[in-house]
Design a protein around this ligand. Sequence first.
Ligand code: ADP
Ligand code: MG
Length: 242
Amino acid sequence: MNVLSCRALRKVFRGNVVLHDLDLEVAEHEVVVLIGASGSGKSTLLRCVNLLETVDDGTIHLDGEHITSPGVNPDRVRQRIGMVFQAFNLFPHLTVLDNVTLAPRRVHRQPRRDAEAAAMRLLDRVGLADKAREYPDRLSGGQQQRVAIVRALANSPRLILLDEVTSALDPELVGEVLSLIRELRADGTTMLIATHEMSFAREVADRVCFLDQGRILEQGTPQQVLGAPQQPRTQQFLERII
Ligand code: ADP
Ligand code: MG
């Protein structure tokens, strides 16, 4: 079964159609990468999936549950989705450990000891256990972004959404974040990723979707879409970006 299924999604901002009848499915353990020019609708799509935006038409199902139906509690849905944004959005006044355990403790009502033990295991896995008691501003951008990913994993989500998570990083810090995402993929984590890193897309994607003006204009394996694009607009985009 698909973890995510978007059907005929439509999103309009002030008369401007940002997502046009968009269909997208993500199967369990699949890694789908969204590429496309700035403004093509990648973030809006991810935000709609996480119910940070309401859709104007169409439906989204998560594990078969219709999550865009009226009456659905967005907080309950978001507990099953982990999202990481471009700018590190760790809480600056909380330690790394408290950032990671906040949702498990508050939302999932896990006892502090259990939440902290689980968080320490995750932090240890990404080599940041020694930073658990530090505040975010004592960490490099790459470390902060790895903590943000760990925090997104702390609820054992069904789906991880990553929105340009390396775009705000100094080039030398990009690699450590990409390696973490590579590891998640090896563990079978289901992910929907927006990125400008084409070589990374080529490496981790099971499927690449090229978004153009709110439509998926072309999709397929990385070899197909990045190696032999069929649509002139995909070709133009790739020529510009590489
Ligand atoms: P991408 O992530 O691919 O760069 P976005 O999803 O951020 O694209 O934006 C798609 C389009 O929607 C752009 O034209 C952008 O200006 C517009 N948009 C995004 N968010 C809003 C908003 N909150 N209000 C109005 N327009 C928006
Ligand atoms: Mg964006």
